[in-house]
Design a protein around this ligand. Structure first.
Ligand code: 8YV
Length: 316
């Protein structure tokens, strides 16, 4: 038996993370197993740590299959896919990777707003398929600067989004459980429906939980309206996707730019048919620089735990 702590790895990491992880731990790759249950039954009893990703998490059944589990290290800031109640019952530690990804996630949210509002995907197609030469000028699109922006959830990511939007001379308002002292002149609007009603662009930047499920519901979506755009860089569960699709189809909502989906990567195909939707493959943190920092933090948390040191970024 190996002297290194045994780790269950839930999803793949880049090679620059895999190699040091394999060097430091005895890694069992759940994602490569054909029969996942048989694999868990076989390796579960020896597992002391789980290395997972934000969107993959670790559910109760997996946690229970690992009776010696001590720590779950999440590659991502969101830990909504980890069953925290199951961890609490057994005193299992949970860590995530905050801060290192904040600015990249904010960048992608703002980029999606610009891209969809200015029709950049269609415009590129216009050039490449010869429409520019054949048909002339590209149809006019909508301005971004100077418009009204709403930020639903002024946490670390929401704050960086709001800062960027100020640079576009946008009037920024936000919604959160309470006003934030660092929000300066940004207007606090507690009710998400009221926030949406006075926004041209509504960014969803909330940490997902059972309490925030479908916080963006039919009323919020309709308040944003036929000229409004919803941008989601948080979790799909924060939005009622059926209400969203209906509103995008009927025109009750103008546009949506989405990086996250229910059931991803197998998203509702309805989203693929709509021209007023920009879809992205959950890659808001997907830069080499940030992913390297995230991988390092996943390992630093595991190493600190097994060395008996304080965890760098504990969730609990
Ligand atoms: C993913 C994320 O973890 O930070 C989060 O919560 O969802 C992302 O950063 C990323 O896609 C890696 O799997």
């Amino acid at each position: 038996m190996s002297a290194k702590p045994q780790i269950l790895q839930i999803g793949p990491y880049p090679a620059w993370d895999q190699e040091p992880l394999d060097a430091a731990f005895d890694v069992h790759r759940y994602f490569e197993a054909g029969d996942k249950q048989a694999f868990l039954n076989q390796v579960g009893p020896g597992i002391r740590g789980i290395a997972t990703r934000g969107e993959l998490g670790a559910g109760r059944a997996m946690i229970e299959a690992c009776p010696a589990l001590e720590i779950i290290s999440v590659y991502g800031v969101g830990y909504d896919a980890v069953d925290l109640a199951a961890c609490r019952e057994r005193g299992i530690r949970v860590t995530n990777t905050p801060d290192v990804l904040t600015k990249d996630v904010a960048d992608l949210g703002v980029a999606m707003m610009l891209c969809l509002s200015r029709g950049m995907i269609g415009a590129e197609r216009w050039v490449k398929d010869g429409s520019w030469a054949a048909k002339g000028l590209y149809p006019l699109k909508r301005r971004v600067w100077g418009k009204r922006a709403g930020v639903l959830g002024l946490g670390r990511i929401g704050y960086e989004v709001a800062k960027r939007l100020e640079g576009f001379d946008m009037a920024v308002a936000y919604s959160d459980v309470a006003p934030k002292d660092f929000a300066g002149k940004w207007e606090f609007i507690a009710d998400p429906v009221a926030l949406a009603a006075q926004s041209d662009f509504l960014f969803v930047t909330l940490a997902a939980s059972a309490e925030t499920r479908h916080i963006v519901d039919k009323r919020v979506i309709e308040a944003l309206g036929p000229d409004g755009m919803l941008i989601n860089i948080s979790r799909a569960s924060n939005i009622d996707e059926h209400a969203l699709l209906d509103a995008l189809r009927t025109g009750a909502l103008g546009f949506a730019a989405l990086d996250v989906f229910e059931g991803e990567p197998n998203l509702n195909p309805g989203f693929l048919e709509l021209d007023n939707v920009l879809v992205q493959p959950h890659h808001a943190s997907g830069t080499v620089e940030t992913r390297k920092a995230m991988g390092q933090l996943v390992r630093d948390n595991l190493a600190a735990h097994f060395a008996g040191r304080a965890l760098p970024t504990p969730v609990m």
